[in-house]
Design a protein around this ligand. Sequence first.
Ligand SMILES: *[C@@H]1O[C@H](CO)[C@@H](O)[C@H](O)[C@H]1NC(C)=O
Ligand SMILES: *[C@@H]1O[C@H](CO)[C@@H](O)[C@H](O)[C@H]1NC(C)=O
Ligand SMILES: *[C@@H]1O[C@H](CO)[C@@H](O)[C@H](O)[C@H]1NC(C)=O
Length: 349
Amino acid sequence: LYVNMKILEHLLFPAPSRTMMKMEKNSPAAGSLAGKVVLPCHFSIMPASPTTSTHLRIKWVKLDGSEEKVVLVAQGGVVKVGQEFRSRVSVPSHPLSVGDASLMMVKLRASDAGLYRCEVMHGMEDTQDTVSLNVTGVVFHYRANTSRYTLDFPAAVEACRSIDASIATPEQLTAAFEDGFDQCDAGWLADQSVRYPITVPRPGCAGNLLSRPGVRTYGLRDPTETYDVYCYVDKLNGDVFYPPSLKDKVTWQQANEECEKHDAVLASPGQLFAAWRAGLNRCDYSWLSDGSARYPITIPRPQCGGGLLGVRTLYKYENQTGYPDRSDRYGDVPCLHPKSVGIDSSPPY
Ligand SMILES: *[C@@H]1O[C@H](CO)[C@@H](O)[C@H](O)[C@H]1NC(C)=O
Ligand SMILES: *[C@@H]1O[C@H](CO)[C@@H](O)[C@H](O)[C@H]1NC(C)=O
Ligand SMILES: *[C@@H]1O[C@H](CO)[C@@H](O)[C@H](O)[C@H]1NC(C)=O
């Protein structure tokens, strides 16, 4: 009844043709790989006037350098979605009544991170604002120090845990695949299935998808079977640093001692992958807590990992098995200052 009265009022006393809109200030948004996030976009129309939602047009674009990618356009119940956001984005079905044009995004990928612009057009009015999105989390392949395919399911879960990560879910592996992850090694996942991601199909990596790109699956497996594992790490829980005083190359034991001198611990693979994801770039192999040697590349250079991005792992044998001997010496030592437990330093909002 109230609404009808409002409409009647407007028929008798039409609102001024100029409708005012106000956009609330947006805060940055953050989500995890394969998770979901809401990119906020709230508006209000003043004075309150009777309008039909066909007059309202919502457009979300992603700003990629000078390029603009259409994410979603919604008007009068018709929604169009850009190719790479298909089945992953939505806006409220009655945005006008709630003044809400926020974008819900699911199955997040690392490549979704960046700057987004929300545009709300209402009649002749047009208002817009930008919001930035961070996506944390990385999936990585993990092989035990003995050989290929040696982990049963309980050992796979434990292997990830012991390097400060968790066993990845199929959804996380799929999101990583969409970002370009390619690894021709079957690995356990959290649902006790065994899969591997292939972006560049090639002989020996056909799996159940033959020559199509995609995540190959062996289905759910008996927990006593043995494979490698895919681990997931969300955020770095501390600060990784390289002691500047270190002059000589060191053994695994000495690397541990070097970090202890700084009240820190030798970084684990999980922490190194998280640090890589946050932008860490080093060109020399270094010891990690599990006895593996790796380095993180975020700035491509031919002499550092052949111009490819990612974390390089040094295996003892050409067939990509075995960790180096712990008496071998490497020059770079990544130490971690763990975050103090029990103190929440994130801003309260
Ligand atoms: C997003 O990431 C940048 C760079 O890593 C960081 O400075 C910023 O605080 C992050 N924002 C949020 C909302 O997490
Ligand atoms: C291999 O890994 C096992 C279990 O993680 C560990 O106990 C052992 O010391 C490692 N061996 C070498 C040579 O790194
Ligand atoms: C890898 O190579 C080493 C040394 O040549 C060999 O002992 C080992 O059996 C090989 N492992 C696999 C899985 O092929």
